[in-house]
Write a protein that binds this ligand. Structure first.
Ligand code: ADP
Ligand code: NI
Length: 220
């Protein structure tokens, strides 16, 4: 069988991802993938990266998130590999995409990353941008609602020193997630383009929080 063109491979991947994510939580559904894919293409314009690897990495990065699969961290990479093998994708591309899926995720403040590539940097920035700004706020409250969390509780303080395990099973109010993750992201961006966009989105979230606390106390 002759290899697919880039366009055919991407189209088939989109179809696969949409079917995999049917019924997913609103912050991790096809539209999250769509936004991360767009962010990826935008950032990739100013970086020397393999276009197929970054686009596949973006499209496949959340197909089987361990959070929604009993903590199984290998199910995502394995699902991607199986799909890409069915598309006759080159083995070195498959391996790179698997590594992107394995290493893209934020695991709390104390985690160090084991695999490095410019392609991972780009997709990671693209994913992080979707965690902040207006979309980031919407996704975060949706996630909290999905798991029945409180919006905010002034008596429960954010925990900035969580291990990977504690971070994953935290059931703290949603507002805490801003301090435990979202506000940390702008200083962790890998690319110049990513950093510039992150700075704008960060400022927007900061404004949201200021207003939130005022309204919480009935101030105007
Ligand atoms: P990553 O893919 O970087 O590991 P996650 O999948 O954990 O990130 O989180 C993606 C988004 O889901 C977050 O940006 C946030 O909007 C939401 N989310 C994840 N964990 C929480 C949480 N504990 N409270 C509220 N929102 C969360
Ligand atoms: Ni994601």
């Amino acid at each position: 069988m002759s290899p697919l063109t880039h366009k055919q491979l991407i189209a088939n991947t989109i179809e696969f991802v949409k079917s995999q994510l049917e019924g997913a939580e609103g912050g991790h559904d096809w539209w999250h993938i769509y936004r991360v894919w767009n962010n990826t293409k935008h950032i990739a314009q100013t970086e020397q990266v393999d276009q197929t690897v970054v686009e596949l990495g973006a499209l496949l990065h959340d197909i089987a998130d361990s959070k929604f699969h009993n903590g199984d961290e290998e199910i995502g990479p394995a699902t991607a590999r199986k799909f890409l093998e069915s598309q006759n994708t080159e083995p070195n591309i498959i391996e790179h995409v698997e590594n992107i899926i394995r290493h893209i995720s934020f695991k709390g403040g104390n985690h160090t990353q084991g695999f490095k590539s410019l392609e991972l940097d780009v997709v990671q920035d693209a994913d992080r941008l979707d965690a902040i700004g207006a979309i980031g706020i919407a996704r975060t409250f949706n996630y909290g609602g999905h798991f029945g969390r409180a919006l905010y509780d002034p008596n429960i303080k954010p925990n900035l020193n969580m291990s990977k395990e504690e971070y994953k099973k935290s059931s703290a109010p949603t507002l805490n997630h801003f301090y435990e993750k979202l506000l940390l992201l702008k200083d962790r961006m890998n690319t110049k383009t990513g950093r510039e966009i992150a700075n704008q989105r960060h400022e927007y979230m900061q404004g949201f929080l200021d207003q939130f606390y005022k309204e919480w106390e009935g101030l105007n």
